[in-house]
Structures are given as C-alpha cells and as structure tokens.
Ligand binder design. Sequence first.
Ligand code: GLN
Length: 387
Amino acid sequence: MNAIRTSRRTRTLRHSEIRNMTLECTRVSGINLSQGVCDTPVPEIVRRAAQAAIDDGVNIYTRYDGLPELRRAIADNLRRAHGLDYDPETQIVVTNGATGAFYCACSALLDPGDEVILFEPFYGYHADTLRALEVVPKCVTLQPPDWTFASRDLEAQVTGRTRALVVNTPGNPSGKVFQRAELEAIAEFAARHALVVITDEIYDRFVYDGREHVSPAVLPGLFERTVTIGGFSKTFSITGWRIGFSACENRELVRMLGHLNDLAYVCAPAPLQMGVARGLERVGPEFYELIRREYTCKRDKLCAALSRAGLSPHVPQGSYYVLADVSRLPGKSSKERAMFLLERTGVASVPGSAFYSGAGGEDLVRFCFAKTDAELDEACRRFERLL
Ligand code: GLN
C-alpha cells in the first residue's frame, strides 16, 4: 500500500486561480494582470536599509514576535495613520506577510467544524485558509455597485458554530472600502453573537476619491474583539519579502499568535524586517499621498480602456484590482472567458468564480493595476483587439 496519502484537510484545496493564471500567462509570455505581483519600484530607503542590515549582520533569527524596531514602527504607524493604540512589546507580532498572520490567527482562534463569515467576492486565500483548518466559510454576498450588504444577510449565516467574521478593507477583489456605518453594524452584530473579527487591511494605503480607510478596531466595542492584520508588500512593493503583522488588544492571544508564527517559520526575514522598519520611520505623508495619486491614475487608465473594449469595470474605491464584466466574451464560465481574453490579447486576469463560493462571478474577471505604466499602457492597447 502506498504510504503517501494526503490529509483529510487538503482534500478541499486547489491551486489558487491567481497562481494558475500566472502560469498560463507565462506560457504565452503575456502581460500578467492576474496575480497582484506589484512590480512597481521599491522606495530607496527601504531597499538601502535592508541592504545595510545584511551588511551590518542582522542575519540571524529575530525574537519570535519580530524585531523591536519594526514592532515600534508598526505601532507608531497604526497610531498615526488609523488612530489604533497597540503596545509594540505585547500586542503586535511581526509575521510572514499578511498571509502568515491570517493563517496563524485562524489556527489560534478556530477549531475544526467552526464556522466563519466571509463577505464575497472574497480573497481566495481567506476561504482556503479556513478550509485548510477544517473551518467552514459561510458567505454573505456583497451587492454592486457599492458592494453593500444588509444586516439580515449577516444574521442569516449565523449558527451555533459561528465564531468569527472576516473583514477585508479595502477589499480584494472588489475594492470595497467599508464605511464607518457599515462597520458599526458589524460591531453590533459581532457583539450580539460574541464573534471575533479578523481584519485584513493590507491595502490600507490604497484608497481613492477622497475616501478614508477606517480600521475596524477603532470602532467602539471592536478593539477588544478584533485581530488587526496588515502588511507592507503592497505599500512598499515588496510582495516577495513577506513582511506583515497581526495586532490585538488581548495579550494572551498575541502570545499564542507569536508561538504559532514561531512554530510555522520561526520569524520573518530579519534584514527585511529592518528595511521595512526604517521605511516606516522615514517615509513621510507625501509618500502615501503619492501612492494614492499614482494608483488613482493607474486605476482610471485601466478602467477607461476596459470601458472602451466593452468590458464594463466596477470602478474600485480602494485596493488595486478591478472587477470587469466579461459577459460579452465567448465562453460558458469566467475561466473560459479569462482564457479567451488571454489567447486573444495576451493579458492575464483571474476568473471571477475564484472569488465566490457558489455559482457567482462567472460574468467577471479581475485585473490588477499594480503595474508599471509602460506595462499597463501595453495591456490597455491590447484590449483594442477585442473591438
Ligand atoms: N494578494 C495578491 C492577489 O490577490 C497575491 C496573491 C498571491 O499570489 N498569493 O493577487
């Protein structure tokens, strides 16, 4: 008998469509607007500080919860940018990206058979992480154009096993920026059902049209029940560095998040932690302003080209993705339509079905606009082949 048999919990897992489409894109040497790679330049301060850290010998394990410089910088940044008050010594853990933070938070909080509410369209890694831990995602569908939900939709998903709710704001793939009133409704709902709120705020700096990112934990009643997750992959264009964090008011939980972080990968890469720490200390508000301006231009450019090509975009309020209506393209599913688009234009996107639990998303594909202007311009030109 073969000794190699995968565990029960792996059986629901598939390779993410984000990665599948990246492979398909490489096959045709296309332009990859599928994976949120973020190949825009890394700020010089961040690059230089990481290089200096390697030269200065910051190359060994850090403390299980990260370098003190970085925890302090994260705490300052959260206080200044979002009004959150976490103690860097006891309430913040540096992780391998927001992905590592999310995995550790879910393992620390949830048992097999527990249920967690997700808003869909969701980021596939959120759903798959839950499934990998034998936790059941229960979805509340957001309605375009503003990706809104009704309180009764939340209520409808609650059972005796519901333990948590995930809020991804600004959202991937919808770009939804949760408004204060929506978060108030979530706070009231979470309190009523004694739920933990796990946030993913990795796109906190990517918010457009004068909107503001509201960090859920600033709401009355949410600070005590929220695990705030973020990262620097997007802000500093360092998706391959894997530097993120989780923060929580509850020190015991934070210690457990640290233990799980230690168990899974010991620590995030030491010199890269230092690069991010110095970046956070030294870039000023003008840097974040520049991100908003540059990404607004990229968003508008991509959305205009999609409109011209007859692929109506849902113009995002935040993050750096656009969901576009591809119902006019041939194909029976969003995967077939994304493949048609790739064959015809050489531009890769992610099929919308990757962001829905049921039959949703088949008329949608997702494009990422965290690209250099030259590449984005070329992709926009190629959409003309659809006319
Ligand atoms: N967050 C990015 C996306 O949605 C990257 C995901 C990944 O490659 N794991 O595309």
